[in-house]
Structures are given as structure tokens and as C-alpha cells.
Design a protein around this ligand. Structure first.
Ligand SMILES: [Zn+2]
Length: 266
């Protein structure tokens, strides 16, 4: 990830408010207009008459991250109480889309738009992994999109960035983003030497089965009593140093995972 310091020293978020916040999470945005060039936002926003501001812009041409506001300064991006405790970063959007009404747009070059969107997504994953590590945040429970924040009542009712991904037929989702951030945090498990499927013995009396590879996923059941089980896939995730194993009996729907910290190879 290439990060460039471009603090908006003339923006009101820096000149007047200078309110330091306790960081409780990260919000992901996309700019909602056809402007891939991060510097064009920075030029416009580095101005004493502008009070809206974000902590970083991600350029859609090359993925460069421009750091625009000290991470612990209160920003002006969520349109709700989230501004008081969330870092907010904007992904720039492709130059070949045209907004026609609200969040709906047309696209003149899908391949180009997808390439630019992949570029900003990948940089956002790296940036959010860095921020989670820096501020000890859990990627599964402390990252929201603007869209999610609006639905949960701490942001305005915008639909970014999911509206961009959906309309460009990208495979990205916020759940996928959170997962990718956790992998980028260096917590990925090296499974190259593993032969899967493999059998493991559970060492504890009751072990939760969760719908995904992290303690932030719902419990779907519990194993009671030690036993031997077949693992068909291993993924990293919060809450288990040795990773999470997908149980064979849940393999079709991929919704039954156990923490391998509590299991040993048979
Ligand atoms: Zn937004």
C-alpha cells in the first residue's frame, strides 16, 4: 500500500474543531460521483470554507492512499453520530460511470470500471488492516459501510459503497471485506502443508460451532463431549490462533466452523 501524507491543513476539521476522538471503529465510503482522482478532492477540500472531511481518499487510478486528516481527529463523513468515533475513508469512483438518479448510474466501460473498483477495494483492505492493527480494532465487529451505519442509526441514509459494487457486478460485500481485512492483518493461517480433509479430536467438553470463521459469527450449535471430526477447509479469523475449521457435515452450506485452538490432529 502506498500512503501519501496530504493533510487538509486549511480544512475546518483541522483549523477550528480539532476535536480528538476515541476511535471505536472504521467506516468505508465511496465518493458517489465519477471522480477517480483523489487529488482533485484534496485540492477542493483543503480550504477554510469547507467543513466536511474524511481521514483518507483512495485513488481509483493507482490505489494510492492519501491521508488527509489525523486518524484521531473528528471527521465529517458519516452524517450522524458516527462522526464522533469513526475513522472514515473514501474510495474514489471510476471515470466511466454517469450518475443518472440518486445512487443509480450507467457505465460506458464495464471492464475499466471494474478494474478501478478492484484497485480501490484492494487498497481499502490493506488500509483497514493497517488501521485495525494500529488502533486494536476487530475487523469483524468494528468496520461498517456508510450504508450499514445508516441502517443502524449512526450515519445518514447513504448506500455507499455497496451500490457501486452491486451495479458493477463485483463480487464484493461488506462481510467479504471484513474477512479480507482480517486475512490482510497477517493472521492468515499457512495451510500449505495441510492435507485436507483431515480428522481432529476436540479437547474441550463443549465447543461452539459458528456460522463463519470468527467469534463474531453466530453460534449455530455446540459439540458436547470430546470427539473426532473431519475438517474440510481452514481459514484464519478472530478468536482462534490456529484458525477455524469447516466441519464436513456443514461443508455444503459452509456454515459450521470450530476454533482449531481446541482441537488436535488425530
Ligand atoms: Zn459515504
Amino acid at each position: 500500500m502506498k500512503m501519501v501524507e496530504s493533510l487538509l491543513t486549511k480544512n475546518r476539521c483541522m483549523t477550528t474543531s480539532k476535536k480528538v476522538m476515541v476511535i471505536k471503529g472504521l467506516m468505508l465510503h465511496s465518493v458517489g460521483c465519477s471522480r477517480p482522482d483523489a487529488m482533485s478532492f484534496i485540492k477542493n477540500w483543503n480550504n477554510n470554507s469547507v467543513s466536511k472531511c474524511v481521514h483518507a481518499f483512495i485513488d481509483a487510478n493507482d490505489g494510492t492512499v492519501y491521508h488527509t486528516l489525523p486518524w484521531n481527529y473528528r471527521g465529517w463523513h458519516a452524517g450522524g453520530s458516527g462522526n464522533n468515533y469513526l475513522i472514515g475513508c473514501e474510495m474514489c469512483e471510476p471515470d466511466c460511470i454517469t450518475y443518472i438518479k440518486n445512487a443509480t448510474f450507467t457505465c460506458s466501460n464495464l471492464e475499466r470500471a471494474q478494474k478501478m473498483t478492484t484497485t480501490t477495494y484492494n487498497s481499502a483492505v490493506e488500509l483497514y488492516a493497517y488501521l485495525c492493527q494500529q488502533f486494536k480494532l476487530d475487523p469483524f465487529t468494528q468496520i461498517w459501510s456508510h450504508n450499514e451505519g445508516g441502517k443502524q442509526g449512526f450515519a445518514s441514509g447513504h448506500v455507499d459503497p455497496e451500490h457501486l459494487w452491486t451495479q458493477l457486478n463485483m463480487p464484493y460485500t461488506m462481510n467479504g471485506f471484513r474477512h479480507d481485512v482480517s486475512v490482510a492483518m497477517g493472521k492468515s493461517i499457512d495451510t500449505s502443508g495441510e492435507k485436507l480433509p483431515k480428522k481432529v479430536r476436540v479437547r474441550v467438553d463443549d465447543l461452539n460451532i459458528r456460522t463463519g470463521p470468527s467469534t463474531s459469527y453466530k453460534k449455530t450449535g455446540k459439540y458436547t463431549g470430546a470427539g473426532v471430526f473431519t475438517i474440510v477447509e481452514i481459514q484464519n479469523g478472530i478468536g482462534s490462533k490456529k484458525g477455524w475449521g469447516l466441519l464436513k457435515s456443514y461443508a455444503a452450506k459452509r456454515d459450521g466452523w470450530i476454533a482449531l485452538d481446541y482441537a488436535e490432529d488425530v
